[in-house]
Design a binder for this molecule. Sequence first.
Ligand code: CP
Ligand code: NVA
Length: 303
Amino acid sequence: MLNPRHFLDIDKCDENNLRVILSRATSIKGSEAGVDYSDLLAGRTLVMIFEKPSTRTRVSFQVAMQQLGGMVVVMGEKDSQLGRGETIADTARVLSRYADIIMMRTHDHAKLLELAAYATVPVINGLTDRSHPCQIMADIMTFEEHRGPIRDRTIAWVGDGNNVSHSWIHAASQFGFKLRLACPASLQPNEDIVSKARANGARIIIADTPEIAVKDVDLVVTDTWVSMGDANADQRRQILLPFQVNDNLMAAASDQALFMHCLPAHRGDEVTNSVMDGQQSVIWDEAENRLHAQKGVLAWSLS
Ligand code: CP
Ligand code: NVA
């Protein structure tokens, strides 16, 4: 049997395959104009495993499968035998006999890797403590719809050096854009991820301040200050206060700079209402594109 086409991280997929996924996503999104994709995944079943809550990932994957003619089964950790100690490896072997593809959202990236090691069907990363590749595929699709090719453009990440920032770091080498990150000293992105991305050719600058990071950029991105599973929420909020994306910070960027946030947002913490709802924000297109980008991922993994 051929190796399954997992989608585990952006740096595990070469630029050519990432472009195949995005181009498929764009074709399917534009399908009102012609081709009928409603049977593309007919007879295929996606199982989704959630160890953490979700709105966008859960609904967009489910709707994506249904719109492409497939089916979905959703499993929570607590309402399945995973919550009673059945191993990930055994779960992977069993689910591979029922389903054509598995998506997992987990607290522990190692569990995703174990699932992928034992599954005989493709596994998709639906967010781990380490990364969130499906989100960044949607974000790149959104950027390019608004501003054209992302190669050689400059993106600023402001806030916590978290799982979503790691997928931006992975993407910097694969898609060839420049990335500046402004994060507090104690909440920097994982050093190993940064150094591997640089070794892969990524142009990454760790900026001293948010103002330096955003100067003349094409896109400003942030995320929640307290990710699912993070401890010490109050302390994190204090440390991250100077990293809020507000009108002053957007004014320090270019007036052409877009604003993105993977959502859910904590309005008034990492971003103000004025930026969320302002002219430069493309957050609703970004959320919509989860649906389309994931259709591209599903079609690629199942092809
Ligand atoms: N952005 C994102 O993954 O949102 P959910 O947690 O709602 O899935
Ligand atoms: N960094 C956030 C992203 C949520 C989609 C978290 O992990 O909670």
